[in-house]
Design a protein around this ligand. Structure first.
Ligand code: FE
Length: 335
């Protein structure tokens, strides 16, 4: 694996002589990504021009720019957005032995239009003072035993949409509809805020059970987060759902090479760099995520959460259920 990293850097260094640039359209919203970019430039001499915005804006911009788009690489969080960019013809297939070898098949697009670079699990957190028997599965979240206890963010958010899309993929449309209605019945309050706000709800007492991506909680273990105790583990327990079943729902942050990339070679070099051991470690240490490449060291804050089985359902297939998930959210009144 380390040998592959060497190869990547060597290829990239060869292109450096031409003083190359790379136009990166990114909706990743983490300050720690800075190191990812500067290390790539140091190693390759390729300058990165960063165009940041929310994913929908960036997708609209690439669409509007069409064949003249300066975009080389599109980076975002959530497979549904990667798939949408792919469906709109905004990405091109990347044939790379490095990416094919290092990124597991279920974490990349079948046609090589997008690749996952980091993973996050969406799991169950609970107030240990109030909840004796926490839910063990996503299905449990709809159990009337938890009426008035559950907090989750709104259905307009991609994390919500992808979770329900995975439930559809695993259990079928009818079960997913019943499930969503059951969860709405169990809401402690109207959906609001981001994942950290769900965790804060456990502390304030508004919520007994909260769903959040793992990295928001791991961050609160590593560093101080407003509204959470100094040690996030005080009175907050967590469950990796569906162990022994489908496994915990996992989502990706990832990217693809733009369909009309003016610097396609640099774009592929950057994508390969993101799959290197070094970059994979940044994803974990800088933003408390799980690497996608096996054998890469996981940050201590993330290790704290313990090992788990992730759902290995095909995330490209899950992304295709998003429109149906939206319909179901509307039907069951998940705001
Ligand atoms: Fe997030």
């Amino acid at each position: 694996m380390t040998a592959l990293l060497g190869t990547t850097i060597a290829v990239s260094a060869a292109t450096a002589a031409q003083a190359q640039e790379l136009n990166l359209y990114s909706s990743r919203h983490y300050d720690t990504d800075e190191r990812l970019y500067s290390d790539f430039t140091d190693a390759t001499g390729i300058t990165i021009n960063r165009i940041e915005g929310n994913a929908d804006e960036l997708i609209a911009r690439m669409e509007a720019e069409g064949a003249n788009s300066p975009a080389d690489v599109f980076l975002t969080v959530d497979t549904s957005r990667l798939q949408r960019a792919a469906d709109l013809g905004l990405l091109q297939p990347v044939e790379s032995d490095v990416l094919a070898e290092r990124i597991p098949e279920n974490l990349r697009d079948d046609d090589n239009l997008w690749f996952g670079f980091s993973q996050r699990a969406r799991i169950i957190f609970y107030d240990t003072a109030d909840v004796e028997t926490p839910p063990q599965t996503y299905v449990d979240l709809a159990d009337p035993a938890y009426e008035g206890m559950v907090c989750h963010r709104s259905s307009t958010n991609v994390y919500s949409q992808t979770l329900l899309s995975a439930v559809i993929e695993n259990f079928g449309e009818e079960s997913a509809r019943e499930w969503a209605a059951g969860v709405v019945n169990n809401f402690a309050r109207d959906p609001q805020g981001g994942d950290t706000d769900q965790l804060r709800g456990l502390v304030s007492g508004e919520c007994d059970i909260a769903i959040s991506n793992t990295y928001y909680f791991a961050r609160a273990i590593r560093t101080e987060v407003d509204g959470l105790p100094e040690d996030a583990r005080a009175n907050i327990g967590w469950v990796f759902p569906d162990q022994g079943g489908n496994g915990a729902h996992v989502n990706l942050s990832g990217g693809g090479v733009a369909a009309n990339a003016p610097n396609a070679e640099a774009a592929v070099a950057f994508m390969e760099y993101l799959a290197s051991d070094q970059a994979q470690q940044y994803f974990s240490a800088g933003n408390d995520e799980y690497p996608v490449v096996e054998g890469v060291e996981i940050a201590p804050s993330v290790q704290e959460l313990g090992e788990f089985e992730g759902d290995d359902v095909d995330l490209a297939a899950v992304a295709e259920n998003v429109p149906l998930a939206q319909e179901i959210f509307n039907e069951v009144g998940w705001e």
